[in-house]
Design a protein around this ligand. Structure first.
Ligand SMILES: [Zn+2]
Length: 168
């Protein structure tokens, strides 16, 4: 089954790559997209039919409200955020395979509690960015990749190459 993506404002602002036309969002999102570039992207997605704006019945909103009043996230979520999570619930209820795209920590936290799959754009973006570092076998001193020798200048042990994750 094809995955339905539910996009929040951060997904559009941070440039989520849209590869299908199974993308949904809520009408309230327009108030959260303020910069010109994101507005243009948003308008284009609507025009090309790749983003469906979908309102959500109240029953889904109240069940999300129940969850977030228990978790304490209710004070940190805006109305568009709550509607977005409700939309994901509604689509799941319709039997669809749903994934929410959001870089908002509070939204992600609520989705985790509700067992709804999610992913961030920024975090997705840094996945797979690795660098090589040279590390001494003996004293563990780290050298830059361009260190020209095979043994450590401190202890004389062998240096090996190690893949390291780059955090930005
Ligand atoms: Zn060493």
């Amino acid at each position: 089954m094809e995955i339905c993506y539910v996009l929040d404002a951060s997904a559009i602002i941070n440039g989520f790559k849209i590869n299908s036309n199974n993308n949904y969002t809520v009408p309230e999102i327009t108030s959260e997209i303020k910069d010109l570039k994101s507005k243009l992207t948003f308008d284009m997605l609507i025009e090309e039919g790749n983003l469906i704006i979908q309102d959500v019945p109240n029953k889904y909103i109240s069940s999300v409200n129940d969850v977030i009043s228990m978790s304490g996230d209710i004070l940190r979520l805006s109305m568009p955020d709550i509607k977005l999570i409700s939309l994901a619930c509604m689509l799941q209820d319709e039997g669809k395979d749903v994934k929410v795209i959001s870089d908002d920590y509070t939204i992600q936290n609520t989705l985790k509690i509700m067992d709804i799959p999610y992913s961030g754009v920024m975090t997705e973006g840094i996945k797979g960015i690795y660098n090589w570092k040279k590390v001494c076998e003996g004293c563990k001193k780290e050298y830059d990749d361009d260190y020209p020798f095979d043994d450590c200048e401190i202890c004389g042990s062998r240096i090996f190459k190690k893949r390291i994750r780059v955090n930005r």
